[in-house]
Design a protein around this ligand. Sequence first.
Ligand code: SAH
Length: 380
Amino acid sequence: MVEVTPAAEGRAPLALTMSAPRRGKPPRHFADLGAAERTAALTELGEKPFRGKQLATHYFTHLTSDPAEMTDLPQEGRTALVEALFPPLLTPVRTLTADAGTTVKTLWRLYDGVKVESVLMRYPGRATLCVSSQVGCGMACPFCATGQLGLTRNMSTAEILEQVRLAAQALARGEVAGGPGRLSNLVFMGMGEPLANYRAVIEAVRRFIAPAPEGFGMSARNVTVSTVGLVPAIDKLANEGIPVTLALSLHAPDDALRTELVPINTRWTVDEALDAAYRYFEATGRRVSIEYALIKDMNDHAWRADLLGQKLTDRGRGWVHVNPIPLNPTPGSIWTASERSVEAEFVSRLRSYGIPTTVRDTRGSDIDGACGQLAAEEGP
Ligand code: SAH
C-alpha cells in the first residue's frame, strides 16, 4: 500500500513515498509490557517496581484502568501514573444489540482513527467474546466483509486485550442483559487473520489465561484461534504448549474451489492445511474445528460433503468436528446461504462418516454479526 498525503507530495523523495506506510505504534500500554519492560517503565516514572503488581491486579482482576478506582495507590501522582501506563486505546463508536440484549456488537476507534469491531454473545452458563486481531485483513476471501477491506495494520496485544477487558468489565458490572456475569470464552473470529499477527495474538492469549494478577485467569480450552490455514503458524502454535482450540476455515474440500474462496490456498493446499490441523490435534489433544460457510450452489453439494467426510476420516477418527455456518451475505455479494434442505443433507452426509457436525448459530446476523460488516459500512 502506498500512502501519499498532500503534504508529502512533491516533497518526500520517491523512495520514501513508495515504502510501506509508516504507521506509528499505539501508545505504550501496561498490557503490552513484559516483566522487565514493566519495571523499566515504572522506574522511569519514578515508581517502585512493586506497584506493577497492584496495577496488574486493577487491570486484570478488577478490570479497571480508572485511577479513581485505584485507591490503594498514593493519591499524589496517581492520575499521572495511571494515565502514563493506561492510555485509552479503544473508543466506542457504535454499539448494537440483538437477541434481547444478549448479543452486543461494538465498533471501536483505535488511537490512529481506524476501526475494528468485537461481538459479545451471552448464552446460559457462558459468555463468548469474538475479537479482532487486525485492522482489516490481507487474506481477501471474497465472501467475507473484512476480506474486502484489505489489511491496514496489525493490532497490538494491548489493543486485543482491551476488547477483552472492556467486555469482561461490562459483564461484571451487570451492563449486559442477564445480570452480572463473567466472560468465559474468547474466539479470534473478528476482523483479521490471527496467525498473520502471531506474536501479538499469542501474547494476548497468554494474558487471557495467566492466573491473577498477571492475567484474566481464563481457561486455554475456552480460547479458539480461527485461521485460513497458515501452515507454519499452525505448527508453531501446536508447539506453544497452550491447548487452545484451533479452527480451520476450510470452506471447500477441493483445491479448485477453495482457491476461489480462500485465496491463500494457492500457498497451502486443502491437504496441507488438513495435515497441519491433524498435527495440531496430535500435539495438543484438542479436537480441531473445521469451519465451512455454506454458500448456495457454490460449496454445498452432497459430493463435497462426501469428499470432506472422506478426507477427514482418512486422517483419523475423533480428531475433528465440523461447523457448517450459514453464509451471512455481505453487502453487494451475489452469494446467499444454502437452502435449509441442502444444509440438512450436507450435515447428515458428514455425520454418516461419524464426524460430529453442528451448524453454527447465527447470532447477531441482524446486526451484521459477520464481523467486518459494520466497519465496512462505517467507512474510514
Ligand atoms: N481469518 C480467520 C478469522 C476470520 S472470521 C479465519 O479466516 O478463520 C471467522 C470465520 O467466519 C471464518 O471461518 C470465516 O471464513 C467466516 N466468515 C467470514 N465471512 C463470513 C460470512 N459472510 N458468512 C459466514 N461466515 C463468514
